[in-house]
Write a protein that binds this ligand. Structure first.
Ligand code: KG4
Ligand code: ZN
Length: 336
């Protein structure tokens, strides 16, 4: 069985073909980073226009690379939210038209469910497990009991972890997206140089990153009162990046550690763009080893947005007979 996956939830146009529940035959991601870079963040209107331009090419490339034509595709799995509504509409409209014209059933997949199922494309996490989804739009903790059975344990009360990386990078004049560049700078910085706050949100598995953002902003105002971040010495930039990153990583690792202790579940899966972070991967692994917990860290390409993860979750919907009608309508806000 072959599933064609499509994801246009944010700023990347992606299409993939998987065989069965988990064998990737192709996973094409067309990045729009260069377009949004000059604005310091994603411009939703531009994102939808680029999806319109790219979607048919990306789907064709995914089919070609998988050496599959439409007659071999059993189902189309498309991301139906959450995300940017203009972007989601492009993917859903395309999937429905293609499905209708070619007589292929379409299934709608929640983007977060896609992230949760990304690790299954490389390994087989055992249920129940704890899933930390840390991306540009989300920072949430779920207990995953089985396919379709998800218990939300906590979520961010303000910014997502990736959003904090992106905003801090913008303030520091480092461009977009912020995660990879801060990750790189931080590797050579002193994480104790600046003492930024860690918001642990007591008695809860929720997160909060807006206080940290404000604290970094104030520090930058002290270092360069005129706001010209080009004057900041290289060494200070690295220390700022490392200290900021330490705050984010400390909180994410500590929260997962609490969940393991409270829930008595020693299996953890990291997913979402921030899971590509080197320091987070290292520190989470150390914590898991100390606690005798098993940790699944997807490869970097499966951490960030991709359509193979949508196809992986879509496979289960298809097997359960959960087929979407032509009235499938994406939603910007769509809880799991
Ligand atoms: O999962 P994703 O590709 O898209 C969303 O669903 O949001 O995540 C993108 C986010 C961005 O905020 C980006 O800055 C962050 O993931 N990111 C990272 C790293 N690579 C990407 N954050 C920290 N360290 C990284 N290496
Ligand atoms: Zn995502």
């Amino acid at each position: 069985m072959k599933i064609l996956g499509i994801d246009t939830s944010c700023d990347d146009t992606s299409a993939a073909v998987i065989e069965g529940s988990s064998t990737i035959l192709s996973n094409i991601v067309s990045s729009q980073t260069d377009i949004h870079k000059k604005y310091g963040g994603i411009v939703p209107e531009l994102a939808s226009r680029m999806h319109m331009e790219m979607i048919s090419h990306v789907v064709k490339e995914a089919l070609d690379q998988a050496q599959a034509d439409l007659s071999l595709i059993d189902a189309i799995a498309v991301c139906k939210g959450p995300g940017l509504i203009g972007s989601l509409l492009v993917g859903c409209g395309f999937a429905k038209s293609l499905g209708y014209a070619a007589g292929i059933p379409v299934v709608g997949v929640n983007h977060l469910e896609g992230h949760i199922f990304a690790p299954f494309l490389e390994s087989e996490p055992e249920f129940p497990f704890i899933s930390l989804i840390a991306s540009g739009g989300h920072t949430s903790l779920y207990q995953v009991n089985s396919f379709g059975n998800y218990e939300e344990l906590g979520r961010t009360r303000d910014d997502a972890a990736g959003e904090a990386y992106d905003k801090i990078a913008k303030m520091m004049g480092l461009g977009y997206p912020g995660g990879p560049v801060i990750d790189r700078l931080a590797a050579e910085g002193d994480s104790r140089a600046f003492n930024f706050p860690r918001a642990y949100v007591p008695e809860s598995f929720d997160f909060s990153f807006s206080g940290l953002k404000t604290s970094v902003r104030r520090m930058l105002q002290t270092i360069v009162p005129d706001g010209d971040t080009r004057k900041i010495p290289e060494r200070t930039m690295r220390d700022l990046a490392a200290s900021f990153q330490a705050s984010v990583v400390d909180v994410l690792v500590r929260k997962v550690e609490w969940v393991i202790a409270k829930r008595g579940i020693g299996r953890v899966v990291l997913t979402g763009g921030v899971s590509a972070n080197n320091e987070l991967r290292k520190r989470m692994q150390l914590m898991a080893d100390e606690r005798n917990a098993k940790l699944w860290l997807p490869s970097l390409k499966l951490c960030t947005d991709n359509a193979a993860m949508i196809a992986a979750a879509g496979y289960h919907h298809f097997m359960a007979g959960d087929i979407a009608g032509l009235d499938l309508n994406p939603k910007a806000y769509l809880p799991l």
